[in-house]
Design a protein around this ligand. Structure first.
Ligand SMILES: NC(=O)c1ccc[n+]([C@@H]2O[C@H](COP(=O)([O-])OP(=O)(O)OC[C@H]3O[C@@H](n4cnc5c(N)ncnc54)[C@H](O)[C@@H]3O)[C@@H](O)[C@H]2O)c1
Length: 296
């Protein structure tokens, strides 16, 4: 398979903009695509300013900055992805919405292109079944934030070819990531283990066992986690956590994966975490509350 030169990143929220940044910094031409024009311009701004920060810190030359930013293109049209060798989808965590997108992308990109999903939990096999190229569909699960976190979890669907796997692994390694490989079962490796822990932390809060601060401090100092589970849930996005719990519950069929009612209520109330200024914690008030850890 030819080397990847052009990447399309579909969905430019928290994850997509970080993936686009990585790709631009590693010499690729990058098409950013989002249906929301505000998200697209915010993503372009954040990618540009994050790369510029590397120049300010002396980690990158001005010429390399100009090159990376010059390889970023924004669009809202799938037709523009026709030159892409590799498309990474990072839209909302909904199987129906992702399937619809895969069906459409499949029509516009060249026949050799690989279609990867950054899904946290949804079946790659089912996303692949919406396309005419299931052997070229794969899960490429970056962690948040993609430029910082070292891991990429690669998920092979039932029909993913070895060629697709090797090309995806080569791309992740080009980004400097360590790769782990999972079979295609709900939640894969990382979220199969992480999300029930976050859900249990929310249950611990819901049932009045402890305050949110004590739950997070307990897990940070008691188990050496860098962030408490509630703080992490806000960072990931409570809507994303809820979607993943629903996928685990439906896919693995055990009541232990049922989302905590308090998680459901937070999402119903629009308390989605840091991105909305309020989740388990309220980030809108005093400067100390911007960082829960500052109170501990
Ligand atoms: N947030 C995390 O910590 C995290 C970590 C790993 C993986 N993921 C996965 O990454 C994906 C994206 O998560 P996020 O946190 O970046 O979400 P987000 O809400 O920040 O961004 C999603 C973006 O997708 C855009 N979008 C929605 N439908 C679209 C469509 N049909 N076509 C084009 N753009 C569309 C939205 O406008 C938005 O900008 C999800 O599948 C999620 O499970 C998230």
């Amino acid at each position: 398979m030819a080397e990847t030169k052009t990447v399309g990143v579909v969905g430019n929220g928290q994850m997509g903009s970080g993936i686009a940044q990585l790709a631009a910094l590693h010499g690729l031409h990058v098409w950013l695509l989002d249906t929301d024009p505000d998200a697209l311009s915010k993503a372009r701004k954040s990618v540009t300013s994050n790369i510029h920060r590397l120049v300010s810190k002396g980690h990158l030359s001005q010429a390399a900055f100009n090159d990376a930013v010059g390889r970023l293109y924004c669009t809202s049209k799938l037709e523009e992805l026709r030159e892409a060798d590799f498309v990474i989808e990072a839209i909302v965590e909904s199987e129906d919405v992702k399937k619809k997108l895969f069906l459409e992308v499949d029509k516009f990109v060249k026949s050799s292109a690989i279609l990867a999903s950054n899904t946290s939990s949804i079946s790659i096999t089912r996303l692949a079944s919406a396309t005419s190229r299931p052997s070229q569909v794969i899960g490429m699960h970056f962690m948040n934030p993609p430029p910082i976190m070292k891991l990429v979890e690669i998920v092979r669907g039932a029909d993913t070819s070895d060629e697709t796997f090797y090309a995806t692994r080569a791309l992740a390694e080009r980004f400097g990531k360590t790769v782990i490989c999972s079979q295609d079962f709900s939640g894969f490796i990382v979220n199969r283990i992480l999300m029930p822990m976050i859900n249990e932390a929310i249950h611990t809060l819901y049932t009045g066992v402890a305050t949110k601060e004590d739950i997070d401090t307990g897990m940070k100092l008691g188990t050496n986690h860098p962030m408490g589970p509630l703080e992490l849930a806000d960072f990931i996005g409570l809507d994303v956590c809820l979607s993943i719990m629903k996928v685990l519950h439906a896919g693995l069929g055990e009541s232990k994966y049922a989302p905590c009612p308090l998680l459901v209520q937070y999402v119903d109330a629009g308390r989605l975490g840091r991105k909305r200024g309020i989740g388990v914690y309220d980030y809108r008030k005093t400067p100390e509350q911007v960082k829960p850890s500052a109170r501990l």
